[in-house]
Write a protein that binds this ligand. Structure first.
Ligand SMILES: *[C@@H]1O[C@H](CO)[C@@H](O)[C@H](O)[C@H]1NC(C)=O
Length: 215
């Protein structure tokens, strides 16, 4: 009996840990969101008015190489390489929007983005090669969390996709993925490349929903 309730407590603790805000968001600013739903393998979030500084599409065969290229550009941007020589606080997560290509050579297209702190919204400094993306109103994300250094993003995206099948979110998520050819899915990384333990990453599939409470 005692053993069984111990197990249940353990399971409850695991469920809370997976839904909690990533630890880096206790140190640095992250975009606010509300959890609309959660189930086995996924969470549905609503983000409101988030703003991102984004690179131009980077063509590469490697997610890791493209993310590094984009991250360096954004790192220089927040260090003051921008039209106002302004330094900007580090935030999380860094997003990589992935548009896999079915053409030859397995080259995909990646857009890497930095969350613009509230303090610098709605008018962050401009910089060559960067543009601002604003999620006007609500934007929804189906989310799957995983740890470690990001390796096989395609596999994580497939697992998220599989966990959504048969749920009331499946159609809206798949419409959202079709509607945006620049992004089949997005990888969110909450740690700098120099942190080796406790890394938190997520796969996001972004979509719009008129009223999620109807779904
Ligand atoms: C930014 O710094 C550069 C080099 O120090 C300087 O030439 C430029 O005038 C500065 N721009 C602004 C807006 O302060």
């Amino acid at each position: 009996m005692a053993r069984r309730s111990g197990l249940i407590l353990l399971l409850a603790a695991a469920a809370v840990a997976s839904a909690a805000v990533p630890p880096s968001c206790e140190r640095i600013e992250c975009p606010a969101y509300e959890v609309v739903d959660s189930a086995n393998g996924f969470e549905i979030r609503r983000y409101s008015d988030a703003m991102w500084a984004s690179t131009a599409p980077i063509e590469d065969i490697s997610f890791v190489a493209a993310t590094r290229t984009g991250f360096l550009q954004l790192f220089n941007y927040i260090q003051g390489k921008n039209a106002r020589n302004e330094t900007i606080e580090m935030t999380a997560p860094v997003l990589t929007q992935v548009a896999p290509s079915d053409g030859p050579f397995c080259v995909s297209s990646f857009v890497v983005s930095f969350y613009v702190p509230k303090k610098n919204q709605p008018d962050p400094p401009a910089a060559e090669g960067l543009h601002v993306q604003r999620w006007a109103g609500a934007r929804y994300a189906a989310v799957r969390r995983f740890g470690g250094f990001v390796a096989d993003v395609g596999e994580q995206a497939a697992l998220l996709d599989a966990s959504l099948q048969g749920t009331r979110w499946a159609a809206a998520v798949s419409d959202g993925r079709r509607a945006d050819p620049t992004s089949s899915y997005t990888v969110a990384q909450y740690n700098s490349p120099f942190e080796f333990s406790g890394r938190v990453n997520e796969i996001w599939m972004l979509f719009d929903a008129k009223d999620a409470s109807d779904m």
